[in-house]
Ligand binder design. Structure first.
Ligand code: AN7
Length: 374
């Protein structure tokens, strides 16, 4: 008798395969994937205890995507669709992570990539990524907003596909992160906190939550709480910032492309968009590393900085019984999810600048033992 072969376990294949029915892809779409997504939602022991008995805080660690940031979720869809439509080149402006992701997916898809970055203002790891993946990297004497204006014009005139989050496929891919959160929790969080730069990601998460609600997968929607850096907070201040400044270079953006959509997410969810200072960002950055063992880049720490800022004002207590769905939290704790958008290794310079340098000793047992206190 011939034995039936054992069922072959198919490895995880990335966000397009997992969420295919909710994405604008068909059988004809060539899937260009690096197995992005499926990132951990980590229960934060420290922050949950810090907020108190009625709260549970989770950290969505998007730094564990293949190129180290959430951009991969959007890039797999944008690059696959570009390929499907016959394009052989992609272009983006970037504060770093978009360029790292675009160049990796373009390499996988055998496409050319061109990236425009603000000179001297992107983290070293991100620059290394774009270069090693073979992108045509151009450093402009200007900021991200200047670079974005140029790539928009180029993509409008020449046969090269724009893969900034103005490309709607980017938003489609990135919405899968909210699906994962809901699938994991089996409900939607009460609050979601995230950094806001060009505002594509807050747009994407909100779209994802609304779609899951419509499909009946979740009963309520989270309040969307976005945080900009104080020196780069156009949405909070209500006008574009000409010369944005912050150590969180990823969100050093003065005129976000998805400004209106971010305000819509804020208002529809009855959330807020606020700002945190570089000092608050660095404090949260160090806290995550020291208390949770999670290394993020500074921009990502702004979500936890925002959590701490709102908590100190009693925000979560006031809002506890008034979620958008109007339900009371009798059966479970108030759930807060902070999005950690990028990996700490992206910006090693910042880590080294933030912490005391290692002490230099003579290479002897005696010196080491004495120094560590034995
Ligand atoms: C780690 O790479 O804009 O509000 O060009 O890299 O969707 O822009 C990066 C943005 C948050 C903000 N966290 O997201 C780029 C770029 C990290 C980021 C954001 C970015 P959006």
């Amino acid at each position: 008798m011939i034995k039936k072969p054992k069922k072959i376990t198919v490895a995880y294949e990335g966000v397009i395969q997992r969420y295919r029915k909710y994405l604008p892809v068909s059988k004809r779409t060539p899937v260009i994937s690096l197995q992005e997504g499926d990132t951990p939602l980590i229960y934060s022991v420290y922050l949950s205890a810090y907020l108190g008995d009625n709260y549970e805080v989770f950290l969505k660690y998007e730094g564990l995507n293949p190129t180290g940031s959430f951009k991969d979720r959007g890039m797999t869809v944008a690059v696959s669709k570009a390929k499907e439509e016959g394009s052989d080149a992609v272009i983006c402006a970037s504060t770093g992570n978009t360029s790292a992701s675009a160049s990796a997916y373009a390499a996988k898809g055998k496409m050319r990539s061109v990236v425009l970055i603000p000179e001297g203002a992107i983290a070293l790891g991100k620059l290394a990524q774009a270069l090693i993946h073979g992108a045509y990297v151009l450093a402009l004497k200007g900021n991200f907003d200047d670079a974005l204006n140029i790539v928009k014009e180029i993509a409008g005139k020449y046969p090269i596909t724009l893969v900034n989050s103005l490309n709607p496929y980017r938003i489609e891919g990135q919405k899968t992160a909210s699906f994962e959160i809901c699938d994991y929790l089996s409900y939607a969080p009460d609050f979601q906190i995230m950094p806001v730069g060009n505002a594509g990601n807050i747009t994407a998460y909100w779209k994802g939550y609304k779609e899951y609600k419509k499909l009946g997968r979740i009963k309520s929607l989270p309040r969307m709480l976005g945080f900009q850096a104080k020196g780069a907070a156009p949405i909070v201040r209500g006008h574009p910032i000409k010369n944005p400044e912050t150590i969180a270079t990823a969100i050093r953006i003065g005129n976000p492309a998805s400004w209106k959509q971010a305000e819509l997410a804020r208002d529809e969810s009855r959330g807020l968009i606020d700002m945190v200072s570089d000092k608050e960002i660095i404090a949260a950055y160090k806290l995550l590393a020291a208390k949770e063992g999670i290394f993020v880049e500074p921009a990502s720490a702004s979500s936890v900085a925002g959590l701490l800022k709102l908590n100190s004002k009693g925000y979560f207590k006031r809002k506890r019984h008034a979620s958008p769905a109007g339900r009371l939290y009798s059966r479970r704790k108030t759930t807060i999810v902070c999005i950690l958008t990028g990996h700490g290794l992206k910006d090693p310079d910042r880590a080294i600048k933030s912490i005391k340098k290692p002490k230099v000793l003579p290479a002897t047992l005696k010196a080491v033992v004495k120094e560590i206190g034995y």
